[in-house]
Design a protein around this ligand. Structure first.
Ligand code: C5P
Length: 228
């Protein structure tokens, strides 16, 4: 049995107590990954941003709202995980300041300063040891698949991933997935458009296979304290 951490869903970055910056991630891919992990006999923990859907029964859920909360929760669970699949659509920025209450609307334009959020998967992968870390690269449809693959491959290096799931942004919020799984060793595996659960089975299997090849005796992961 392998311990699989999945980050999923969007994050919300509040300007004040009511308004926030977020995105359209439904959390479906992450929930499908958790379901697939359990169906294959593994242990799954979902660090999950705010979503409408009900996560699969039996999965350990750590609910978070913001990217900073997701980072803290993921770091904590990663210490005792074998595999991380980072499916979360983490907001790239958060407002520099959060006001309290609901400040009244004022006439004219509003300028909000955003600061970058930490890259959660990169921070964890930097100290992964023998763990396996997969990320996602959701690229603009207009870029086309081959440019998307090139960008995805750059993410493997920049974030020290073992593989990246490259897909186009029309899959966000959809029931289906179509992707190319690019491995750090240069292999590319294409999955034709299919249900997210089938795609999830494929990804869990690929990540577990890699973990098993790296940990033939199935040793427990060493404790780590990633600097993020
Ligand atoms: O750089 P980009 O946002 O395209 O990278 C996507 C991958 O990185 C996904 O696996 C996503 O979950 C992860 N990510 C993260 N923290 C961020 C931004 C992205 O873990 N702040």
């Amino acid at each position: 049995m392998v311990s699989i951490l999945i980050t999923a869903g969007p994050t919300r970055e509040y300007f004040d107590d009511v308004r926030f910056l977020s995105n359209a991630s439904s959390g479906r891919m992450g929930c499908a990954l958790a379901e697939a992990a359990m169906a294959a006999g593994h242990q799954a923990t979902l660090v999950l941003g705010p979503v409408e859907m009900t996560p699969p029964a039996g999965v350990k859920i750590v609910s978070v709202t913001s990217a900073l909360q997701m980072q803290t929760a993921a770091k904590d669970v990663f210490a005792t995980s074998d595999v991380l699949i980072a499916a979360a659509a983490v907001s790239d920025w958060r407002p520099a300041e959060r006001q309290s209450g609901k400040p009244a609307r004022q006439p004219g334009n509003v300028h909000v300063e955003f600061v970058p959020n930490p890259d959660i998967v990169a921070g964890l992968a930097a100290n992964k040891g023998s763990r396996v870390v997969f990320g996602f690269a959701l690229e603009s449809v207009s870029a086309g698949m081959s440019a998307a693959i090139e960008r995805g491959k750059r993410k493997i290096i920049a974030k020290q991933l073992d593989a990246v799931v490259v897909n186009l942004h029309d899959t966000i919020g959809s029931d289906e997935a179509e992707f190319v799984l690019c491995h750090a060793d240069g292999r590319e595996q294409r999955l034709a458009r299919s249900g997210k659960r089938r795609a999830a089975d494929y990804l869990v299997n690929a990540a577990v296979e890699l973990w098993q090849s790296r940990n033939p005796a199935g040793e427990a992961p060493q404790e780590i304290h990633p600097e993020t």
